[in-house]
Design a protein around this ligand. Structure first.
Ligand code: SDX
Length: 438
């Protein structure tokens, strides 16, 4: 427990009506947000497990990194509002903030950017690794494979108990993830890899590696670079979401950081999570025209229909996802810059949002647009193919995963994550030899 969390003198009493016994459990308070009931001794004291599939009411850890107030639609990175960071900071600023807890001063920022920049190249053998994939592999499959393989190349940053190893692995991961992502894209296109350029900023470098070719100079649009940087900021971290929890759980066994990030990428790929941005574009393509919106909204409300409104709803936000508001504004800026103000996709998305927000089903369930609803429209306008959308999410979220992984490793109360279960399967029964089976 760090100095921010404190045991209150408050307890919660559990009364077991079966035995008539009562048990007191201490309540802990954080700096903001709901108090927690410390149930670490529950099973030993009472013989009961808690049951919380999906962890809707479970705090899995103590953290100082990101705070979300889902009812108010608030998102803070180390106490700073996401709106302020998105509008006034850049992604390197935010990476430093998430990793070290404070915004960097000029000297700290310059050194951080230099150190990240000089880790952007990949071991040349890693570049050969792509050759094993089909050209039409989903780039998220490539990302899982290549990132997981990094522990086969960088043996000098695998000891998670060595703070210096953790620092080097953190810088390597943040620096190399755009290079790996851009190479996955180039490999799919059959184009040569474009090496990082040390004179470029993080987001400019990423755009350059994605879109430059050896055949001519690639001119980086400052607006697109700024939009990319802002999108990376918006996706950088988000408390204990599915992929971050995956990274923490993997790391709790002592697995190396590259393997943990690969696990996070795998979890993010799901359409209920980071894969939603790709799913939103596929959904808008499926809807096709505004006149079809009512039919699809009806499908989304039909319990017998697996169709859901992708980019809508959130486990925590029961209000507008603050990132979605910034993303919508960025969408207009990028489309204006590209002279695509009448982009039919944006028009369709805005009409769908309007209709859904006025529909009782969505209002009653507090389903609002989330971060994925508009991001795909921006990416498509920037010339990024749908299959790369979740890859960009993974690029942005790597710093959040790394920050949370470091916090987990350094947490003195950390133990290997090992949940229990409510077993409803067959109880013990006698073995039946093959000849006697019916
Ligand atoms: C991300 O956790 C994070 O922080 C994730 C993330 C991050 O930055 O890491 O924010 C990124 O993953 C954003 C979410 C992207 N996913 C989508 O846009 C996919 C569509 N959304 C849904 O699949 C859903 O809203 C979830 C998965 C996001 C949240 O699901 P929950 O919390 O388990 O909510 P639920 O399924 O219990 O839904 C509550 C009700 C249900 O109806 P009832 O059973 O009460 O009648 O709302 C309905 C659901 O059927 N519902 C939807 C819906 N989302 C929820 N109905 C139609 N369309 C939807 N999108």
């Amino acid at each position: 427990m760090n100095d921010r969390s404190k045991k209150t003198n408050q307890t919660v009493t559990l009364t077991d009506n079966a035995s008539g016994k009562t048990y007191d459990f201490p309540v802990m308070s954080g700096s903001v947000g709901p108090d927690v009931i410390d149930i670490r001794t529950l099973y030993a004291d009472t013989g009961y497990f808690t049951y919380d599939p999906g962890f809707t009411s479970t705090a899995s850890c103590e953290s100082t990194i990101t705070y979300i107030d889902g009812d108010e639609g608030i998102l803070l990175y180390r106490g700073y509002a996401i709106e302020d960071l998105a509008m006034h900071s850049d992604y390197m600023d935010v990476c430093y903030l998430l990793l070290f807890g404070e915004l960097p001063n000029k000297e700290q920022k310059a050194k951080f950017e230099h150190d990240v920049t000089y880790h952007t190249m990949l071991h040349e053998q890693v570049n050969q690794f792509y050759r094993g994939f089909r050209r039409d592999s989903h780039p998220m499959a490539v990302m899982c494979g290549v990132v997981g393989a990094l522990s086969a190349f960088y043996h000098d940053s695998l000891d998670i108990n060595d703070p210096w190893h953790r620092t080097v692995a953190s810088y390597r991961m943040i620096a190399k993830i755009p290079t790996i992502a851009a190479q996955a894209y180039k490999y799919a296109l059959g184009q040569p890899f474009i090496y990082p350029r040390n004179e470029l900023g993080y987001s400019e470098n990423f755009l350059h590696m994605l879109f430059a070719t050896p055949a001519e100079e690639y001119k980086i649009s400052p607006t697109l670079a700024k939009a990319m940087d802002r999108i990376l900021i918006l996706h950088a971290d988000h408390e204990q979401n599915a992929s971050t929890s995956t990274v923490r759980l993997s790391g709790s066994s002592g697995a190396n950081p590259f393997a943990c990030i690969a696990a996070g990428i795998a979890s993010l790929w799901g359409p209920a999570h980071g894969g939603a941005n790709e799913a939103v574009l596929n959904m808008l393509d499926q809807i096709g025209d505004k006149k079809n919106i009512p039919e699809f909204v009806k499908k989304a409300k039909d319990k017998d229909d697996p169709f859901r409104l992708m980019g809508f709803g959130h486990r925590v936000y029961k209000n507008f996802d603050p990132r979605a508001r910034v993303m919508q504004q960025t969408c207009h800026e990028v489309l204006d810059e590209l002279g695509m103000t009448d982009d039919p996709l944006l028009e369709l998305a805005m009409e769908l949002e309007k209709i859904a927000l006025e529909d009782e089903y969505f209002v009653e369930r507090k389903l609002y647009p989330n971060v994925d609803f508009y991001s795909g429209i921006i990416f498509k306008a920037m010339g990024i193919p749908t299959s790369m959308f979740t890859v960009l999410f993974a690029v942005a979220r790597t710093v959040g995963w790394i920050a949370q992984w470091n916090e987990m490793v350094e947490d003195p109360s950390q133990k290997i994550g090992r949940p229990r279960q409510l077993f409803t399967g067959a109880t013990r029964r006698d073995y039946v030899a093959l000849g006697k089976r019916k």
